[in-house]
Design a protein around this ligand. Structure first.
Ligand code: PLP
Length: 372
């Protein structure tokens, strides 16, 4: 298999652990091991202390699958396969797709959501948003792209990197469209529950359509990317079985400590996620002020969900060069739109971290110093 380098991940590999200030991360503030363990109930405290570091069940710890299923309506433990989120994308595409298959994917986006299909030899067409309409992905555009030959439609809402979220009605229309063409749907829901207005939360695709696969995990909302725990939820057990057979060639099973820690996190979902959502909303209010103050430098569409947004820079010719200069001068890491293969005019800003207000303030000072 010939696959293009993952531009965003390569960029992060270069700067994430050497930059002083991270202003582009998509994960929310991380939780420490001791804080997480302090939330364990008696059952989980016992499981943690007595844990043997052997292999684990390939589909995931039964208690973990149970807790994951509880996040959905009408989803049972049997509908859940645990894996690393990124692995889920890789494996579901290998389970579903063959060379020549037609795939439609939201773009720009997390590169594997279209690149893996391309590397398999599929014909990938992109469903692109309109920046002037708040980064709207128009269903009318998707209608033109999805045909009776489409095998798989890939969407990601709340969307990385724009923060766009369709309405519930639009999401239902999308699902009807995909089902009317008999296609599968991969719905990347990594940023679900991080809606700025909770009323805009979409129903999970796996609850609505029997050929849909909802991908999620603990990396973003829970601030636990180091656990490397995610899952695919679906009513289509045949395809989940096929994914699990492929998993024998990647990770086989999850890490034993990660599973127990994940169960603890899920049993404390409201406690953990309320804090994260509160922080995200507070930080969006900080961004409101920042972008109104720096209106001559940016246009932005206020994100509707997730922990990232994708403003356009107005006084910078090339955001890749700007980002490199910025990190060299100040230690502030931004992700330029080139790593999303989306030109040189935008940057991704992450607002899930506690220090975001201080770091965006430093960015503002830098802009004043450099351009005024
Ligand atoms: C939209 C989307 N899907 C999947 C992933 C992969 O998640 P993980 O890094 O936890 O494997 C990411 C991570 O940034 C993402 O943004």
């Amino acid at each position: 298999m010939q696959i293009e380098p993952f531009k965003l991940e390569r960029y992060f590999a270069k700067y994430e652990f050497s930059s002083r200030y991270l202003l582009s991360s998509s994960d929310c503030e991380s939780i420490s091991l001791s804080d997480l363990l302090a939330m364990a109930d008696a059952e989980m405290a016992d499981l943690w202390h007595e844990l043997k570091l052997g292999y684990t069940e390939s589909w995931g710890h039964p208690l973990l699958r149970e807790e994951i299923a509880n996040m959905y309506q009408g989803v049972a433990r049997e509908d859940v396969l645990t894996l690393v989120p990124e692995e889920g994308i890789f494996l579901i595409m290998h389970a579903l797709l063959a060379p020549g298959d037609q795939v439609v994917s939201t773009f720009p986006g997390y590169q594997s959501l279209y690149e893996v299909a391309r590397a398999i030899g599929c014909e990938v067409t992109t469903w692109e948003p309109n920046e002037d309409r708040g980064w709207q992905f128009a269903i009318s555009d998707l209608e033109e792209l999805v045909t009776a030959n489409t095998k798989l439609v890939v969407v990601n809402f709340p969307h990385n990197p724009t923060g766009y979220l369709p309405s519930q009605e639009e999401f239902h229309s999308l699902m009807e469209l995909v089902s009317s063409r008999g296609a599968y749907l991969l719905s990347d829901e990594m940023y679900r529950f991080l809606e700025i207005d909770a009323g805009n939360r979409l129903t999970a695709a796996c609850e609505l359509y029997e050929r849909a696969f909802s991908l999620s995990g603990l990396s973003k909302l829970f601030g636990l990317p180091g656990l490397r725990i995610g899952w695919l939820a679906s009513q289509d057990h045949q395809i989940l079985q096929a994914v699990s057979r492929l998993k024998d060639y990647t990770t086989i099973c999850s890490s034993a400590p990660s599973e127990i820690l994940a169960i603890i996190a899920l049993r404390n979902k409201s406690k953990i996620t309320n804090q994260q959502i509160e922080r995200v909303r507070k930080n969006v209010a900080v961004l409101d002020k920042f972008f109104s103050k720096f209106g001559e430098h940016f246009t932005w569409n206020r994100p509707m969900g997730g922990s990232i947004c994708f403003p356009r820079m107005l006084q910078v010719e090339n955001t890749h060069k700007f980002s490199q200069q910025l990190v060299a001068d100040t230690g502030i890491m931004l992700a330029p739109s080139s790593v999303f293969q989306y030109g040189d005019h935008h940057v991704r800003i992450g607002f899930g971290r506690e220090d975001m207000p201080q770091v965006i303030d430093l960015l503002g000072k830098y802009l004043v110093q450099r351009f005024n």
